[in-house]
Design a protein around this ligand. Structure first.
Ligand code: GSH
Length: 206
């Protein structure tokens, strides 16, 4: 039952994926609409009226209120469904810690490395890429040490929380580097140096 709510999502965006997945998992199944970032569909007057920061995901709650920031949307979805966002305040504080860690610490290291690979921004110099990859690898290790215990979900929970939905998309996004590397070496074989950047096909669902 959609209750008039609508999740605006970009299917290529790691920040949208957690909300898309949790919308299904939680059983909320609110209406979703795909927005094509490449066509500037977050910059239309209608979209800007809803979200002046022109980003996906955006959740339209009602005619007067839309929210954005993927973790704010996940929190709202968790509170609405009463799933995966504990009501116990200590547990909730631990989930919040992980959500903020993902946004403030982990994801910036992913985007620094991956956005250049994917042509979302100008790729850095070889030195910058090397530094970015080393920082990401160190962060992945730190993430594992701080939050993963064998056989448990993130933070030691027995069931997934919204932090898992937030984090998994960032981890999956980081894997794009491997896909990209393979496609780059194939392309290099075919076209020399041509076609090594601005190829976003690696992100599209097969
Ligand atoms: N911190 C935000 C980031 C959202 C974001 O940067 N979205 C990008 C795609 S990954 C976007 O919609 N960009 C479109 C634009 O700026 O017009 C979140 O977690 O939701």
């Amino acid at each position: 039952m959609s209750e008039g709510k609508c999740l605006y999502k970009a299917d290529v965006s790691a920040n949208s994926v957690g909300c898309i997945a949790f919308n299904e998992f939680s059983g909320l199944k609110w209406e979703t609409k795909s927005v094509d970032l490449m066509k500037g569909e977050t910059r239309t007057p209608e979209f800007l009226a809803m979200n002046p920061l022109h980003i996906c995901p955006t959740l339209k709650i009602n005619k007067d209120l839309s929210i954005w920031e993927s973790n704010a949307i996940l929190r709202y979805m968790g509170s609405s469904s009463k799933k995966a966002y504990p009501e116990n305040i200590e547990q909730r504080a631990w989930v919040d810690t992980m959500l903020d860690y993902r946004q403030c610490n982990f994801y910036p290291k992913v985007s620094t490395v991956c956005y250049g690979f994917l042509g979302f921004r100008k790729p850095g110099s070889e030195e910058e890429v090397k530094k970015g990859k080393a920082a990401l690898e160190a962060e992945i290790k730190q993430f594992g040490d701080a939050f993963l215990k064998e056989g448990k979900f993130m933070g030691g929970f027995a069931e997934p929380t919204i932090a898992d939905f937030s984090m998994i998309s960032a981890i999956e996004f980081a894997k794009v580097i491997k896909v990209k590397r393979k496609s780059q070496s194939k392309e290099k074989g075919k076209q020399g140096e041509k076609g090594t950047n601005h190829d976003q096909t690696a992100l599209r669902p097969k």
